[in-house]
Write a protein of this length. Structure first.
Length: 150
């Protein structure tokens, strides 16, 4: 269990609203905040390693796999998740795009992806990658106050 997701209490409501206001078939957030457990550090990523930006509140080809929301009927129309050992969410999003589904990426403020050592993940990247793309870095686990229950 190397990758656990932490979400704020209204995360699902935010995604559901985005389905409506964006007119989308599939919604999700950016993977903007990461807790690097072995390093005991929280980072914020705003760009890819290439330097390309990772904007939110846009129609896009990609959302964080752990945040995908889609209606059951659209999920079945797309073909569901493929039976693969890795990149299941990526392949689902490719299939959604091929099926002309509209994908919308909302803000990543209420989602923290927890990373362990890279061998424990389907998304095989070393921890050094996340440090390289970090726009901000904090010691310890530092979720947003938005993550706190009221």
């Amino acid at each position: 269990m190397g990758r656990r997701r932490l979400v704020r209490p209204r995360h699902l409501a935010d995604l559901f609203m985005a389905l409506t206001y964006a007119g989308a078939d599939v919604v999700g957030t950016t993977a903007e905040f990461f807790y690097l457990e072995p390093l005991e550090a929280t980072i914020r990523r705003t760009t890819f390693a290439s330097g390309a930006s990772y904007p939110s509140e846009v129609h896009a080809d990609h959302v964080a796999g752990g945040t995908i929301m889609v209606s059951r009927s659209k999920f079945h129309d797309i073909g569901g998740y493929p039976a693969l050992p890795r990149a299941v969410d990526l392949e689902f999003l490719k299939a959604a795009k091929s099926a002309d589904a509209r994908i919308y990426r909302t803000h990543g403020l209420g989602y923290v992806l927890r990373r362990g050592l890279s061998g424990e993940h389907t998304w095989q990247l070393p921890l050094a990658h996340f440090l390289k793309v970090a726009a901000n870095q904090w010691r310890g686990f530092r979720p947003s106050l938005l993550m706190e229950a009221a």
